[in-house]
Design a protein around this ligand. Structure first.
Ligand code: ARG
Ligand code: ZN
Length: 864
């Protein structure tokens, strides 16, 4: 069954007050609900009230206080008939039902993790807790009473304010919470268990005092400081940048180790994967610290972009996700504290987009950021909706300016605060607040595929003119026929010796446009799509000389980086080693004392294999891997003196500090170590072992270990063993131990990674029902380690198929994510292509597929 965007109709009934009374028991939790039901905008007399409900045990139903027998129960629904006054006036529905949290391995709805209770309701998990109008355009006020045995569940949390606690007979107790803000059911949350919190009070812009709490298992309390600092920074940033203040007296975050995604923005009670909360220098890397900062901010920012203004229906998901990712990207960039830091964050974000979203946009699951159709909404929490969605929001800011964008945001909240709205409403607010016609911009929401912008340039020396012709095209990935040109904002600058040309914004709105620039005494070098101002692919046969000029001298850090990537990519794809000009350019960058170390590290990182695949017609993964590895080997050995010097210069003596400058040094130092191990493994392995043993922080310890594992050093095994015993009690660190081995590229003469992964699956600490552990072994291998996974005999794909089927029975969302792993099979050369298709067919024809996995596999095969 599939759902279509254009089939939206307003709700027949809506809700006023909702009262829940939940008696928590792992095996059998009883949920009593009292719903004030009102006729909705789409009401017709005698319309039945159709509530959603899944995996629930129905106990009883009352309407207006009387036992009600006119109802029908069917899989997924409770249909209530014969309503008082034909349902034209408000009435009260009371339902008692039960669910079994302890056996809920889907981690949607109410479930148990480490003996504590948690919920995940977005998108459609609330219907696994009680029968409900489980759609985001039905917003209600909640009062929630939680009951549980006090000794086992001393802490009882839900959304809003705590209004009552009581001791009850037989060792039970209760807590009642009231959320002053109407909300859709997907923002409901409860937590119960043995938890402790770090708390802090802050004063926000209006002078109000707010209580902030981060709840974790007692042993983890010492790892919550960074998350708290990140939350406080995010609160102040949103006041300053967007004038948005925290609207609750109390804001809580809870960490849980079994979680499908990163985190969830439930009103006033965010629930997080522990991975995005817990950090200490000894156990978390610089990347972990940065991710925590950005995810904590992301969920906090949802309080306005998502919660105060929410989505009318799930097709509008990017309305809140694209916007909130854009906001967290801007926040994280500002936290870097420098222009070069901002640029480094931008490069990182673009790398993710191109490695993950471009392939999605060209494959069988391609969809516009506002999809038109889905079978399972959980399959649409994608890099397209999130990351491309954020790029689309960024383009408004590029077109309107930072101030114009702010005006648009202000109008958006003025018009829609407290409502469930659409992407069109957001566009209208941006256009109206700025008096701009953005009608062509809407195609970013309706058309999938990465637009290509073809560049033709011509310099006329006699007229001192430079002509630039841009034309756009787009291959739709999902059977759409694209007819409409996108509105593409392209920042550009002509680079000249006299440095006399300013940056400008070109707006490409037609299929073809030409611009003529006057007064150019010499032929300029073109720097286009600066800062990656539009999520497009440039098709530009720019000369080697111009690319090299940009790599040396472009004042736009993104394009400076980009020209280096283009130069390397062309050589790798042609199976060439770096020429001496490129090596010299790399040397120039590495030895420039004024360049940010983080930029150097990025400039010397080669394009990812998955990005290289997108440039080929018939992908031979082994060939690409070998070409890239040979190229890397040459960069390592030809610059061995520079790498060795950097390894010394980038040391960060003194106590550990996670700040951006120190983190950048560590990144470059560990990059240097990897290169040195690639060039001269025998000389540098002892240095790596020494760094491994003496490090006082996880970035350096893990960096050294990873370098040893990746180069296949003999010393790797002993260090891996040491690492395991050292951190055996720390689940998140052990995830790193698993992930490192599962993502090891092939090493000549060593055990194959597939064999290693098969052993890791049998390891006593491997758990099929813990998403982080599964992702660190199975997803890391199948989705993140192309050269070890794409084996010519198809054995990697056989492993994949078995894992998809095994996970399908445990957790459909985690299975469906893995099932995306063969999406691009049509682009592979033989024998890979047929082996991939065989594996897909094996999954497709297996019995008992979840809707999640079925949708993904059918689309991949082309039967969807
Ligand atoms: N809204 C959450 C976030 O991006 C993601 C939750 C999605 N969960 C799911 N089961 N689909 O912050
Ligand atoms: Zn989000």
């Amino acid at each position: 069954h599939s759902f279509r965007r254009l089939e939206y109709s307003p709700p027949t009934y809506t809700l006023g007050q909702v009262a829940l009374d939940i008696a928590l028991d792992p095996a059998h939790t009883i949920v009593k609900s009292r719903l004030e039901v009102l006729p909705g905008p789409h009401h017709a007399a005698d319309a039945p009230l159709i509530l959603q409900g899944e995996e629930l045990e129905f106990v009883s139903l009352r309407v207006n206080g009387e036992v009600h027998r006119q109802f029908e129960l069917s899989p997924g629904f409770l249909k209530i008939l014969a309503l008082p006054d034909g349902g034209q006036k408000a009435f009260i529905v009371e339902i008692i039902c039960a669910c079994a949290p302890a056996t809920n391995t889907s981690l949607m709805g109410l479930y148990v993790s480490n003996g504590n209770f948690f919920t995940q309701c977005e998108a459609e998990g609330f219907r696994k807790i009680t029968y409900f109008l489980d759609r985001p355009d039905v917003m209600a006020r909640y009062r929630v009473t939680l009951r549980a045995i006090e000794a086992d569940y001393p802490v009882l949390l839900s959304n809003g304010n705590l209004i009552d606690t009581e001791k009850l007979p037989n060792g039970w107790h209760l807590a009642t919470w009231e959320d002053p803000f109407p909300k859709p059911s997907y923002l409901f949350a409860l937590v119960a268990g043995k938890l402790e919190c770090l708390e802090e009070t802050i004063t926000t812009s209006s002078g109000a005092t707010k209580l902030l709490q981060i709840w974790v298992e007692p042993a983890d309390l010492k790892k919550t400081r960074h998350a708290m600092d990140s939350l406080i920074a995010a609160i102040h940033w949103d006041e300053k940048r967007f004038g948005l203040e925290l609207d609750l007296e109390r804001f809580m975050i809870v960490a849980v180790s079994d979680f499908n995604m990163g985190a969830m923005e439930n009103k006033g009670l965010n629930i997080f994967n522990t991975k995005f909360i817990l950090a200490q220098p000894e156990t978390a890397t610089d990347a972990d610290f940065a991710n925590i900062e950005s995810v904590v901010a992301h969920e906090y920012f949802h309080n306005w972009t998502g919660n105060r203004v929410t989505c009318r229906d799930w097709f509008q998901l990017s309305l809140k996700e694209g916007l909130t990712v854009f906001r967290d990207q801007e926040f994280s960039a500002d936290q870097m504290g420098s222009e070069s830091g901002r640029a480094v964050r931008r490069i990182d974000d673009v790398r993710v987009l191109r490695q993950l979203q471009f392939p999605e946009d060209a494959g069988p699951m391609a969809h516009p950021i506002r999809p038109d159709e889905y079978e399972e909404i959980n399959n649409f929490y994608t890099v397209t909706v999130y990351e491309k969605g954020a790029e689309v929001v960024r383009m408004y800011q590029t077109l309107l300016g930072v101030e114009g964008f702010r005006k648009g945001m202000d109008l958006y909240f003025q018009r829609h605060d407290g409502h469930a709205v659409t992407c069109d409403d957001f566009l209208a607010a941006m256009a109206d607040a700025n008096g701009r016609d953005l009608s062509r911009f809407k195609y970013w929401y309706s058309q999938s595929g990465t637009p290509k912008v073809h560049v033709a340039e011509r310099y006329d020396a006699s007229l001192q003119q430079y002509h630039l012709t841009l034309s756009q095209s787009c291959t739709p990935g999902d059977g759409q026929t694209l007819k409409n040109a996108f509105h593409i904002p392209l920042k550009m600058r002509l680079l000249t010796a006299s440095n006399d040309q300013a940056e400008q914004l070109l707006e490409l709105t037609q299929e073809n446009q030409t611009w003529v620039f006057e007064g150019l005494a010499e032929r300029p070098a073109l720097s286009l799509n600066r800062g990656f101002s539009a999520p497009i692919q440039l098709k530009f046969a720019q000369s080697q000389d111009d690319l090299m000029h940009l790599f040396f001298a472009d004042d736009d850090a993104f394009n400076r980086w980009e020209s280096g990537q283009t130069l390397a990519m062309q050589l790798i794809l042609d199976n060439h080693l770096p020429d001496s000009a490129l090596i010299d350019a790399y040397r120039h960058i590495l030895t420039d004392p004024d360049l940010d170390p983080a930029f150097k590290e990025l400039a010397l990182s080669l394009p990812a294999e998955s990005y290289l695949y997108e440039q080929c017609v018939e992908v031979d993964p082994q060939h690409i891997h070998n070409a890239r590895r040979a190229f890397r080997h040459a960069v390592a050995s030809e610059l061995r003196l520079e790498w060795a010097a950097l390894y010394q210069q980038m040391q960060t003596p003194g106590p550990f500090s996670p700040d951006a400058v120190s983190a950048a040094k560590r990144a470059l130092k560990n990059c240097a170590l990897n290169m040195l191990l690639e060039a001269d493994p025998l000389i540098w392995a002892p240095m790596a072992v020494n760094q491994y043993q003496t490090a006082d922080n996880m970035t350096d310890r893990y960096g050294a270990l990873a370098a040893l594992v990746i180069c296949g050093s003999k010393e790797a095994q002993a260090c891996l063993k040491d690492f395991y015993t050292r951190f055996e009690g720390d689940t998140l660190v052990i995830d790193k131990w698993f992930a490192l081995q599962a993502s090891r590229p092939p090493v000549k003469g060593a055990q194959s990674t597939l064999e290693a992964v098969q052993q890791l699956r049998q390891h006593a600490a491997f758990k099929m029902n813990n998403p982080n552990r599964v992702r660190s072994v199975i997803h890391a291998y199948c989705l993140n380690n192309p050269a070890s996974f794409h084996l010519a005999d198809g054995s990697g794909y056989v492993f994949w198929a078995e894992a998809v089927l095994a996970l399908n029975a445990v957790n459909p969302q985690i299975a469906a994510r893995l099932a995306r792993g063969l999406d691009r099979w049509r682009n592979f050369a033989q024998p890979f292509q047929s082996q991939m298709l065989a594996a897909l067919q094996r999954v497709a024809t297996s019995p008992g597929l979840s809707a999640d996995v079925r949708e993904v596999i059918n689309k991949a095969i082309g039967a969807g």
